[in-house]
Write a protein that binds this ligand. Structure first.
Ligand code: 6PG
Length: 248
């Protein structure tokens, strides 16, 4: 199943990709503040978004954003304490959060220091409380990365979590997944979002990008299953990541 017509924007290099992503972040932030008077954004982990977070913390666009009404969530977390290098929270704190004048209770991190199932429970309650009920969960923006195997967040090919249809957060315990156990947003949460933006950089992802955008994939590629019911999916790519696209 190809993604239903995702919007694809290609930038000449990674620097312009992250500048473009910062602009897009601000656009969606502005819309959300205008209509909702707050901006509920899900940050991705991994290494790709680090440069975007640095830009948002100290670049011109980031300095023009009123962060006081921004609520930060995470797409997934590794089950390690928040001060450990493997933690997605730790990466975003060092790259951005520590530079922002940010109300503490607008930071809704996944409690990686807890047992996975407990962390998933706690995060579910935080999200439900934020939106006023499970049926109202709707993130304004979800930033996602892409693995070379088509995973996104901590939704991996073959994982039983791909079949979750009710819970918005799940522990990821399947052996063979790199590193520690994890906690992830599930498709019910991702597909209730208003806007999903995949941020993909580098030639190593080009084959998967082509598969997702141009081919009719049969196997369950997690990234291809991100299809917001009443929202949009966009790909922000640098030329290397887009290098195998026929339109490239
Ligand atoms: C994580 C991310 C994961 C990541 C992809 C791409 O916790 O690692 O949620 O889904 O976005 O693995 O990672 P890179 O950006 O490092 O290539």
């Amino acid at each position: 199943m190809t993604l239903s017509k995702p919007k694809v924007t290609i930038y000449p290099d990674s620097d312009s990709l992250f500048r473009g992503a910062a602009d897009r972040f601000k656009e969606i932030h502005t819309e959300s503040i205008q209509f909702l008077d707050r901006f509920s954004v899900v940050l991705s982990g991994g290494s790709t978004p680090k440069d975007l977070y640095n830009l948002l913390a100290s670049g011109p666009v980031g300095r023009s954003i009123d962060w006081s009404k921004v609520h930060f969530f995470w797409s997934d977390e590794r089950c390690v304490p928040p001060d450990q290098p493997g933690s997605n929270y730790n990466m975003t704190y060092n790259a951005m959060l520590r530079e922002l004048d940010q109300p503490e209770n607008n930071i809704h991190r996944i409690a990686g220091e807890q047992e996975p199932a407990r962390a998933a429970e706690l995060y579910t309650s935080v999200i439900e409380e934020h939106f006023g009920g499970i049926e109202k969960v709707r993130f304004d923006l979800v930033l996602l990365g892409l693995g070379v195997d088509g995973h996104t967040a901590s939704l991996f090919p073959g994982s039983p979590v791909l079949k979750e249809q009710r819970k918005i957060v799940a522990p990821v315990l399947k052996p063979g997944i790199p590193g520690p156990a994890r906690v992830t947003l599930t498709f019910p949460a991702l597909n209730a979002s208003a806007r999903v933006v995949f941020l993909v950089s580098g030639g190593s992802k080009a084959a998967m990008v082509k598969k997702l955008i141009e081919e009719d994939v049969s196997e369950e590629l997690p990234a291809s299953m991100v299809c917001p019911v009443a929202g949009t999916v966009e790909f922000l790519l640098d030329e290397e990541a887009a290098s195998l696209l026929s339109s490239s």
